[in-house]
Every structure is written in structure tokens, then in C-alpha cells.
Ligand binder design. Sequence first.
Ligand SMILES: C[S@@+](CC[C@H](N)C(=O)[O-])C[C@H]1O[C@@H](n2cnc3c(N)ncnc32)[C@H](O)[C@@H]1O
Length: 451
Amino acid sequence: MAGPPRDPARRTAYDALLAVDTEGAYANLIMNRLLAERGLTGRDAAFATELVAGTSRLAGSYDLIIGAASGRDPERLDRPVLILLRLGTHQLLNLRVPAHAAVASTVDLAREAVGPKITGLVNAVLRKVAAHDYRSWTDRLSRGLAPREALAIRTAHPRWIVDAYADVLPEAELEPALLANNEPAPVTLAVRPGLAEVSELVEAGAGPGRWSPYAATWQGSPAELAAVRQGRAGVQDEGSQLVAAALPGPSTSSGDVDPWLDLCAGPGGKSALLAGLAKAAGTWLLAAEVSRHRADLVRSAVRGLDSVEVVVADGTRPAWRSGRFGRVLADVPCTGLGSLRRRPESRWRRDPATLDQLVPLQRALLHAALDAARPGGLVGYVTCSPHRRETVEVVEAVLAERTGVTTVAAADVLAGAGLPEPPDSAAGPYLQLWPHRHGTDAMFAAYLRVD
Ligand SMILES: C[S@@+](CC[C@H](N)C(=O)[O-])C[C@H]1O[C@@H](n2cnc3c(N)ncnc32)[C@H](O)[C@@H]1O
């Protein structure tokens, strides 16, 4: 970059979006890095963050609008030009930036970041984009299309994700559920049981959680709180807290001091909660994670807790005796379709074909979790996805392949653990949370008892 940028917030957003698009960077991570490197804070940092998150989330629909406004296939535009047009389109159609400012600032940015040759094109296309609002653009683009296709454009989701949501939600809830993915998730914290109390966070200005007794909501940066800086609390979605906090379930008659196992522990949010709960129950937690780097993240998440051991291990090739653990959590790798609001670019990167690789691994991990549990032990199978193929269908396929395993209704597990059952969260005997219903990620949990 020659000299300091004229508009550091927009320039930072452009650089981040280019890295997301061309280098496979994660929007949240690259933004944290660029904001720190460039010393952007306050309103500039908030504006740049919104530009990147909003532009990334709606990119698929913005490309259709840019295609219609430019008369060109957006895929054939140079990537820097497409990124600039998406950035301008987001300001024109979904932010309260006056049209002349959105166009002029994007043209200036185009000149600075790419060169003078493209300013005419950027100016002309954005003026055409500015002729309609977002709703009338998506209405125009949807004319004559099937309702689901139109919904995909209006809510800016790939069609296969709309179909996956439609498989598990009533038709009337489909649009609110998809639109909830376009709202940033609130910052939710979890205290580590035994190391901090929610009351400490509330006294510091946090709000109480809705479903988890360990949760608090926070408006600012989590690092402003001493409990977070000291590792006595961490950032964790409330649905993630609830599915893990339920695992102790109803107490069983014998053997309750057997250790617990977290089979897929990285980066460690649920391990931190479970380690505290295991200690309170008079036992300890083995946290297993296949990736060395992510196992280090688990170690960091559980620092200060003495009731946990972290190991690098492939859960499908157990390094432990079978039938040993009183509680087992299998929070398996999944598509993450339930946490799209947290990962702005992810909906456009995911591909239904990834399920063909994930499902066999998910089944193998659930089998391994059941093998690891002692008779009478409780296993939780968890995904941050509502997709039927990786939730109900995995559980039912594994149940069909085994004897001696009983499904325990999630409502009974929650009640046994002294936790509330969020309304409309039952999916048969399983738990399915939703952002638009519960304000949590769309976590799925099935609880199974080994006879
Ligand atoms: C959904 S994440 C778990 C999130 C974690 N429970 C938490 O709350 O922070 C799934 C994890 O499983 C790990 N994993 C994938 N395959 C595995 C395997 N065969 N054995 C153990 N862990 C595995 C991934 O590296 C990833 O860290």
C-alpha cells in the first residue's frame, strides 16, 4: 500500500474480503488480525467488521444483483473488482450509508486498491445497483422461480441449505430461521464451574443467560472481563453449554465415580464445562482430540482446572479401555450449518458433498463413544448442525447396528441434570435448538444409555 489509506475502515474490509475470497481466510480471524495490525478501534473497527461480515454473508445474492446490474457473469469479473462491487452493494442495499457516499467511497477505494482503469466500471455498476432496494432486487431476480429458489435468493443461502432446513422445520418457520443466520450472534460467556460464578459477571455488567446456569451475555469485548482474562470464563454459545451441561443427566444407581470422556474435545469449550461438572460429581474428565494444535487449545481452555487430562488421540482408534466411562460426549465434526451466523463466509464454502465424508466419521465416532461407556453410562451425540443426515439419521443408523443401547429422551436428561427444557426444542426424543426460537446456535443432541 503506497501511503496510509484514505479510508482505513473500508480499505481494511476490502483487504480482508480479498483474503477470504482468494486465500481461503476465515473472515473473523483475518479481521481480528488486520484490526490489531492497523490499530483500528471504536467506530472504524465496528464499521469494518460489519462490512466484512455482512458482505460475506450475503455474497451469493449480491453476485446475482451485480450480474444483473452489470450484464456480465460475476464469475468472469476479476476478483478484486467483484469484491469492490460486493462491498459497495452491501453499503447501498443493507447499510444506512447514503447512496452517493457508498458509490464515491467505493470508487475511491477502487482507484487506491486496484488502479484508475476500473473506476468507471465500478461507478457505472454501483449506480445501477443503487436504483433499487434489496427487496425489490431479490423480487426481480426471483420472478418465475420456485418458492424455495426465491427464498434462497431473498435470504442469501445456497439452495441446498434451504432444503436441509426445510427437511426439519415447518414451512412457516423457514424464512425466519434462515434470516436469523444473517444476524450477528450475541456474545455469550460461560463460567467454568468451580472457578467463577455467573453473579461475578453480572456484577461486572453482564446479563444473565436464558437456558444455561453457567451463561451470561456481554455487550463489549470479552477480554474486558477479569474472569475471561484469567481463564475462569470463556466465550461459548448457550446452546453449546446446554447440551454439555445436560450430560450428567439423571444420576444412576452405581458407578457414578467413573471418569467421563470428551471424545472430540477441540477447541475445548465443552471440556471446560464438563471438567468442572465432573469434579463436582467426584470424578474427572479425559479430553481427547485428534489434532495436536486443537488439543493445545483444549489445554488452554481448561487451564486452572485440575479434574481433566487432555490427550491427542483418534477417537475411532481408542487409546482407552472399553466400557470404562460413566459419561461420554461425542461432539462430532459436522457441517456447522447450525452456527452460520458466527461464520459469515461459511455458507458459500460448504458443499453437500462434505456430508459424504462426514457421515461415516460421525457414525464411527458414535460407535466409539458407545463402546467407551460403561454399562449404565450415558452418551451424548452432539452436532452444531440441524441437517438430518448428520443428526437423526446417524443416531438411527448406529442404533440399528447395535443392541443394548436405549435412547433417553433429552427432556428427561435435562430434567435429571436440573436444567430447563427450552420450549419447542424437542425433536422426537432428541433436542434441537434454533437461533430464531431460542437465540442459540442450532445445536442437536441425542442422549443414549448403554444397558
Ligand atoms: C465440533 S468440534 C468439537 C468442539 C468441542 N467439543 C468444543 O466444545 O469446543 C469437533 C472436533 O473433533 C475433532 N476430531 C475430528 N476427528 C476426530 C477423531 N477421529 N477423534 C477425535 N477428535 C476428532 C476435530 O479436530 C474437532 O476439533
